[in-house]
Design a protein around this ligand. Structure first.
Ligand SMILES: Cc1cc2nc3c(=O)[nH]c(=O)nc-3n(C[C@H](O)[C@H](O)[C@H](O)COP(=O)(O)O)c2cc1C
Length: 195
């Protein structure tokens, strides 16, 4: 199984990095997993532009000079793409959202996509206030995005990172580790073999 992990916080040692590390440790229990881990803040990703979708249909997005061709190659090599994001206003971090906007590049004129058959999974951490709803909305959005792109939704682990105390009670870390083990075997969060 080839897994691409994409970390999306400017803090490389923050809460979502910790949750991602636990998940990767779980993946490494499998002998047959190849993991590539990248930090989205390390790459230049241009926002979509006027007439972007028309350029997608004509396969002309390469006219914009950024790191998307490199990132798209990494995605095409992967069986599973795992995003790890802090929750920013109920959504992905801005930089990760920009990256996901550019997945539109993969849509073909007949609306088939080059991401078909790949797994999509999510890790997120949020501030801990119940009023902020954690990753509820984001999980719905990413599950729908996976569906639209012909990807298989593998599930999500969200961690309530307490604002003024220890960052986690340990349960989410353990859940992320188990999720990593499952992903490395092509199994989704609830234990179904889907890849
Ligand atoms: C711009 C911004 C927006 C945020 N929005 C939310 C939010 O909507 N809900 C929430 O629970 N926490 C929110 N938070 C808190 C972060 O999600 C939380 O601190 C997260 O664990 C940070 O992850 P990191 O350490 O990996 O950067 C926000 C933080 C920032 C900086």
């Amino acid at each position: 199984m080839n897994i691409l992990t994409v970390h999306g916080s400017p803090d490389t040692e923050g809460n979502s990095a910790k949750l991602l590390t636990a998940c990767i440790n779980g993946m490494k229990k499998s002998q047959e997993v190849e993991i590539e881990s990248i930090q989205v803040y390390d790459y230049k990703i241009e926002a979509v532009w006027k007439d972007y979708f028309a350029d997608v249909m004509k396969k002309q997005t390469v006219k914009i000079k950024d790191d998307m061709p490199l990132l798209k190659n990494k995605m095409l090599k992967a069986d599973i793409i795992l995003l790890a994001s802090p929750i920013y206003w109920y959504q992905l971090s801005g930089k990760l959202k920009l990256f996901v906007d550019r997945w539109t590049d993969f849509i073909n004129p007949d609306f088939s996509t080059q991401l078909k058959g790949k797994g999509l999974a999510l890790l997120s951490t949020h501030g801990g206030s119940h009023l902020m709803n954690g990753s509820d909305y984001l999980q719905l959005a990413m599950c729908a995005t996976a569906d639209f792109l012909g990807m298989t939704w593998m599930g999500a682990v969200d961690c309530r990172a307490k604002m003024h105390a220890e960052w986690d009670d340990g349960l989410s870390v353990e859940q992320a580790k188990l999720f990593g083990e499952k992903l490395s075997r092509g199994v989704n969060l609830i234990g179904q073999k889907v890849l």
